[in-house]
Design a protein around this ligand. Structure first.
Ligand code: ADP
Length: 319
């Protein structure tokens, strides 16, 4: 193998740049050439591909977003789109590919593997929802962004004795809401993996208020429903002055934390190692702080699960 490619796809996450850097430097260290594919699978289909040198990835380790840009590409979900992508890779003499992205991007990678093209997946998403890795690149940064925001909201919540509903990202996964809720001492955490009873939540809020709590924080993962609607329901059923904050895209940006930079560097380099070993169709991950690899299809089939022990703990600590 002489030449590999790297792309980022789907939602961007802080640390993707550090992962690109690791792929490029590790590959060049092992005398491989590396080509960057711009704008994810869209750029793959269109041939938006350029050679990357050691200097191409200088001064990016601390930057959020992705220097290769990213995109969502419906055409790549079709067999014709996938074949066009493989033709481009062949045209450029690229023999194997590293895909950095979330579960959608991994499904795209799996399609390349089914067509016989060697591909390795690196989990990059703030959602922390890729089975086969305890953590994904970007989760720790997003978590710290949420915690910083909630700490600020808490100051005003206390001053005004208000109830705050804070909606965070996570359409299918509640990790960001669960971890930030635990780290911030939220009274209630609502995540898509657990069905909540609104009446119970209201009862808990009233009980807290009656025993003198100055404020309440309710973390809601967007997959549960609109934070605004939940806020209105609480206000109407409790008479507690309730405000809603939807954190939105600030959760995706910013300089990656040390954790994310180190994780991205380890996972990016591991992806290149697997290609050098002749492996394909794998995803890299971290489990119990050890680098691991799994078949992409098997990992995705497992489905994402939250840490139930942590969820129970969050309930116990917020009585
Ligand atoms: P993420 O990777 O962050 O989960 P998406 O779910 O939007 O983001 O997926 C990113 C891209 O991956 C999609 O726009 C599409 O090009 C590709 N993709 C997703 N699912 C499939 C699939 N089943 N087959 C082929 N490509 C897919």
């Amino acid at each position: 193998m002489k030449r590999i490619g790297v792309l980022t796809s789907g939602g961007d996450s802080p640390g993707m740049n550090a992962a690109i850097r690791a792929v490029v430097r590790k590959a060049i260290y092992h005398d491989l050439e590396v080509y960057g594919i711009y704008y994810g699978y869209a750029g793959l289909i269109n041939g938006d591909i350029k050679k990357l040198e050691l200097g191409s990835v200088g001064d990016i380790i601390h930057r959020g977003g992705t220097m290769l840009y990213t995109a969502r590409c419906e055409e790549f979900k079709t067999i014709e789109g996938q074949k066009k992508g493989i033709e481009q890779l062949k045209k450029f003499g690229i023999e194997a590919l590293v895909v950095i992205g979330g579960d959608g991007s991994f499904r795209g990678a799996e399609k390349l593997v089914e067509h016989g093209y060697p591909t390795i997946g690196v989990p990059g998403t703030i959602d922390n929802d890729i089975p086969g890795s305890d953590f994904t690149i970007g989760f720790d940064t997003a978590l710290n962004t949420v915690i910083d925001a909630v700490d600020k909201i808490r100051d005003t919540a206390t001053s005004h004795e208000r109830t705050y509903v804070i909606e965070v990202m996570g359409r299918h996964a509640g990790d960001l809401a669960l971890w930030s809720g635990l780290a911030d001492g939220a009274e209630t955490i609502m995540i898509p993996e657990v069905e909540d009873n609104m009446d119970d939540i209201i009862k808990r809020l009233k009980r807290g208020h009656d025993r003198g709590k100055k404020h309440s924080i309710i973390m809601v993962a967007e997959g549960v429903g609109s934070g605004v609607d939940i806020g209105k329901e609480i206000q109407s059923k409790t008479d507690l002055e309730t405000r809603v904050t939807v954190l939105g895209h600030i959760q995706r940006g910013g300089s990656p934390t040390a954790q994310d930079r180190v994780l991205a560097s380890r996972l990016g380099a591991k992806a290149v190692e697997l290609l050098l070993e002749g492996q394909e169709g794998k995803m890299v991950g971290i489990e119990n702080n050890k680098l691991v690899s799994h078949n992409i299809d098997e990992a995705l089939a497992r489905g994402h699960k939250i840490d139930e022990e942590m969820y129970r703990l969050s309930k116990e600590l917020s009585i």
